[in-house]
Design a protein around this ligand. Structure first.
Ligand code: C2E
Ligand code: CA
Ligand code: CA
Ligand code: CA
Length: 277
């Protein structure tokens, strides 16, 4: 079996064969999946106090044989094989189209889109975003891009420059999975971002480990000093909600409020939420 892309330097072990096969199978299933219309976007609300501040668009893939494949499985394969480029462009376009529909319906919502390092690295990425906004007559402030620190490992100045250009379009940029990587805080703080997102694993962990709570506390105090919002992800219980709020997270996202869902369901959920249901 052959390995490709950025993992190709790895020493090959026989027990990796199954993994490689699974990846190759996924990769060939991914080819053409866009043309077959197998992808959809689900939206998960983000809440501050009792207000819905926006939604995160999350990709869903239902393959005709494999069934539903979770993004944690297929996104890395898409990234390794460059399929992420057309796929990411599709996500951005769909999300912007949906944001424009919500505007037209009188229920404007900001949509946050996940951007992989490879997409962000495209030299014309900012132009692509601008083109998408223009195509859908959408002001930049209704779009947020979620990036991870993996995009800054090579050249932080270049990343900061690109984010600055995006901010000039009105687009918000937040740093996803904050605390999960290994970049120095001092360099991450050079990025002109508007929010930090704390991954659900940290929220889960903090419930039972004091060290986890201290980590969240440290993140929120840095954020406050930098004038950044903090979004806690994966809040599933009232207990977790109270905890992350006490630790200084102003925005929350999680199953406690709503699972990611199709746009139609979200409209119904939103109507109930606003009616205080
Ligand atoms: P992420 O960006 O960290 O997204 C948050 C994940 O947490 C989502 O998983 C969401 O469904 C899940 N989640 C939300 N609330 C809860 C909760 O209360 N409890 C738990 N346990 N989980 C919760 P999902 O949708 O499976 O996506 C997984 C990852 O795949 C995302 O992590 C993101 O890194 C990637 N991804 C998803 N859609 C896209 C996309 O359109 N483009 C790119 N590049 N990556 C995407
Ligand atoms: Ca995200
Ligand atoms: Ca995350
Ligand atoms: Ca994650």
């Amino acid at each position: 079996a052959k390995t490709q892309g950025k993992n190709s330097y790895r020493v090959f072990h026989p027990d990796m064969e199954a993994t490689v096969h699974a990846q190759e199978r996924l990769e060939s299933a991914l080819r053409g999946a866009l043309d077959r219309g197998e992808f959809t976007l689900h939206y998960q609300p983000q809440v501050r106090g009792s207000a819905v501040t926006g939604v995160e668009a999350l990709l869903r893939w239902t393959h005709h044989d494999l069934g539903e494949v979770p993004p944690d499985q297929f996104i890395p394969v898409a990234e390794d094989s460059a399929i992420i480029l057309p796929l990411g462009a599709w996500v951005l376009d769909q999300a912007a189209a949906q944001a424009a529909r919500w505007q037209a319906a009188g229920t404007p919502l900001r949509v946050a889109v996940n951007v992989s390092p490879r997409e962000f690295a495209q030299s014309d990425f900012v132009e692509r975003v601008q083109g998408t906004l223009t195509r859908h007559h959408l002001r930049g402030e209704w779009l947020e891009l979620e990036v991870t620190e993996r995009l800054v490992v090579r050249d932080i100045e270049a990343a900061a420059h690109k984010i600055r250009q995006l901010r000039r379009l009105g687009v918000l940029v937040s740093l996803d999975d904050f605390g999960a990587g290994h970049s120095a805080l001092s360099s991450l703080m050079k990025l002109p971002i508007s929010a930090l997102k704390i991954d659900h694993e940290f929220v889960e962990n903090a419930e039972f480990h004091e060290g986890g709570q201290q980590l969240i506390q440290a993140i929120t105090s840095v954020a406050r000093a930098m004038n950044l919002a903090v979004v806690a992800e994966g809040v599933e219980t009232e207990r977790q909600l109270n905890m992350v709020r006490a630790l200084g997270c102003d925005q929350v996202q999680g199953f406690l409020f709503a699972r990611p869902m199709p746009a139609d369901d979200l409209a119904r959920w939103l109507a109930e939420w606003r009616a205080g249901g």
